[in-house]
Design a binder for this molecule. Structure first.
Ligand SMILES: [Fe+2]
Length: 207
């Protein structure tokens, strides 16, 4: 084929370590904190039970984890830097303001747990830090945001380049963070690990 193809309208996704010193110490402290919350956050446990949420999340019960427990404050500080770099790489014009941590919550997902597709409204950058990823732990599934417009388009060849695939599965590793723009639809497919899959998700908002 003559001429050139440009790949336009990209969907940036970043993955890498949370940054800072002694990442294994931080991860161990976060693991302890997550397990403690899953044990002792009665309001959160009740919410999960009443809403059929598999395992535990602090999403509906605790909105101040960085003020409540130092390891979450430490993680937030590290994420602030990564999110600022990611936002710059996305070309955001923040008009002199910063993206700020808006919410941060714990997810303890048992075997068989699932988190169906969703976006994070009212945020600019969202992401997850992975605390415990045992063998068989579920991947993060990302979805091409243009799918609703693809009425007559043929399926993509499975061996087509990753940027052409309608779904991309990222298998996270422990201590890793993944960042994306908050409009990107994502889900956690069924978890098959014996021990719980433990992660900390967060939203950064503008202003
Ligand atoms: Fe999410």
């Amino acid at each position: 084929m003559s001429g050139t193809i440009q790949n336009l309208f990209v969907t940036p996704v970043w993955r890498g370590p949370a940054g800072g010193r002694d990442p294994d110490v931080l991860r161990a402290e976060l693991l302890e904190a997550c397990l403690l919350l899953a044990e002792e956050d009665g309001a959160g446990r009740r919410w999960c039970r009443e809403h059929g949420y598999p395992g535990y999340t602090s999403y509906a019960s605790l909105n101040d984890l960085p003020r409540r427990m130092p390891p979450f404050a430490d993680l937030a500080k590290r994420l602030d830097r990564q999110v600022a770099s990611f936002s710059a790489a996305c070309g955001h014009d923040l008009a002199g303001r910063k993206l700020r941590l808006d919410s941060l919550w714990v997810n303890v997902m048992p075997r068989g747990g699932i988190h169906t597709g969703h976006i994070h409204p009212h945020a600019v950058v969202s992401g997850t830090y992975y605390v415990q990823i045992p063998d068989g732990a579920a991947a993060l599934k990302l979805e091409d945001p243009r799918l609703p417009m693809m009425m007559a388009q043929p399926a993509r060849n499975p061996d087509a380049a990753i940027q052409l695939q309608p779904f991309v599965f990222l298998a996270p590793t422990e201590g890793e963070a993944i960042l994306w723009e908050s409009w990107l639809r994502h889900e956690v497919v069924m978890n098959r690990s014996r021990a719980p899959r433990i992660s900390i998700s967060f939203n950064y908002a503008w202003g």
